[in-house]
Design a protein around this ligand. Structure first.
Ligand SMILES: NC(=O)c1ccc[n+]([C@@H]2O[C@H](COP(=O)([O-])OP(=O)(O)OC[C@H]3O[C@@H](n4cnc5c(N)ncnc54)[C@H](O)[C@@H]3O)[C@@H](O)[C@H]2O)c1
Length: 391
């Protein structure tokens, strides 16, 4: 039996680079998982035929890793679409609007911070004014004519990106926000729970003041599904890179069961799955669910399971390493500009759905039709549909 690669440690030197460190010094445990993830990224995922989706959870952007890591990846064409929490996009705007965030100790006196109107995210602090002024900017944008309708979160973020870009240019700031970079690169940017962040809170308050902006959550599901369907039915592959977990993790992965289980279209699952998280699998939560578990749901292609890695590490450590490694090892890819192709991709999904749409009546067991009762979930709703049809 082969015992695998020999562990052959050498001294780290003054000239050791990030690439050396990953390739030759990440020997075991989660360092080895990070090495495997980085190598799959550069050797397989960044091939031209792979559509790469990335999810963002946890307080990643307040740290600066939006500007520092995600923006360079977007610009290099390494990330084709994104699902983020609203909070990450909101907090990412502060710097590009000219506000400042500071490093501190996580053991500061929170009572004193509260008295002085200082907000804390673990070891990051900023003045409450940063929030109030960011909110005012956001509301001014959202009052614009282009926002006065129902839209997907990709459209919302695209239009916001136009405004953050203008502001960044006016301030000549060195900080580019994710919104701006995604707008420029045509990278569609979704939020899986749009009401659950300060962006959603401002949209809700404005609705009470007569603003016409509404979220199109079904549109988000269909658009994200069409991105994965487009990648696969054109003969390409789909990769997901998951920072943290949470609702964005499911939102990106559910595109596959949406294609297969709900729409009835033949498909096998995402091809590559890299996750950087602290979430454990043994509590049953989706955040900690492994690629193998995801495979049972049709989320990951069984044949591609060896190309999936879960790395138990703080993503604020993994993400800059992964970014530096990828940029050092691969030249830029042409931008896929999926934002500009949304209508075309949706039409292709619609066409496939029209072809494969499941016959629900045929799937209800005969006994359930005849007997009704508790187990016949479909019966009462079928009856309603039948009587509506007669009306
Ligand atoms: N984080 C914030 O500062 C903040 C602020 C306002 C609103 N919110 C809202 O709260 C909701 C969820 O918050 P969340 O994004 O903070 O995620 P979360 O706390 O729900 O975490 C999601 C998953 O990612 C993991 N995770 C988080 N940070 C990680 C890290 N650094 N390294 C590895 N794994 C990590 C968690 O363990 C969990 O499994 C979102 O809807 C967001 O918009 C968050």
């Amino acid at each position: 039996m082969s015992l695998g690669r020999k562990l052959d440690p050498r001294p780290i030197g003054a000239m050791t680079t990030v690439v050396d460190l990953v390739d030759h010094y990440f020997y075991a445990y989660n360092a080895a998982r990070l090495r495997e993830a980085a190598q799959i990224l550069v050797e397989k995922i960044l091939e031209p035929d792979v559509t790469v989706g990335l999810t963002l959870t946890g307080a990643i952007t307040p740290t600066g890793l939006g500007t520092a890591a995600l923006v360079p990846l977007i610009r290099a064409g390494f990330v084709d679409w994104i699902v983020s929490t609203g909070a990450n996009l909101y907090h990412d705007m502060h710097r590009s609007l000219g506000f400042e965030l500071f490093q501190t100790s996580p053991y500061v006196d929170d009572y004193r911070l509260r008295e002085e109107h200082i907000i804390r995210i673990y070891d990051i602090v900023f003045d409450q004014d940063v929030l109030l002024k960011s909110d005012a900017f956001l509301r001014r944008c959202l009052e614009g004519p282009e926002f006065q309708r129902q839209m997907t979160t990709a459209e919302l973020h695209y239009h916001l990106g136009k405004y953050t870009r203008e502001r960044e240019h006016a301030l000549a700031t060195p900080y580019t926000s994710i919104l701006t970079a995604a707008y420029e690169a045509g990278v569609p940017l979704y939020t899986s729970s749009p009401g659950d962040s300060t962006i959603g809170m401002n949209v809700a308050a404005l609705a009470m003041a007569g603003n016409k902006l509404r979220f199109d959550v079904e549109g988000d599901v269909n658009e994200t599904t069409s991105i994965v369907y487009d990648a696969k039915h054109r003969g390409g592959k789909s990769a997901v890179i998951i920072l943290g977990g949470g609702s964005p993790k499911n939102f990106i992965l559910q595109t596959e069961p949406q294609i297969q289980e709900i729409m009835g279209i033949p498909e096998k699952g995402h091809d590559y799955f890299l996750q950087f998280t602290d979430a454990r699998p043994d509590t049953g939560g989706l955040s900690g669910a492994t690629p193998s578990e995801a495979m049972t749901w049709g989320k990951v292609d069984p044949e591609q399971l060896p190309d999936s890695v879960v790395c138990y590490v703080d993503s604020t450590i993994a993400f800059p390493i992964l970014t530096a490694y990828a940029l050092a090892k691969r030249g830029p890819r042409p931008l896929k500009r999926l934002y500009d192709r949304r209508v075309e991709m949706l039409a292709a999904l619609q066409h496939a759905y029209d072809q494969y749409r499941p016959d629900d009546a045929a799937d209800i067991p005969d006994e359930a039709r005849e007997q009704g009762g508790g187990q016949a979930i479909g019966r009462s709703s079928l009856d309603v549909e039948a009587s509506e049809a007669q009306d």
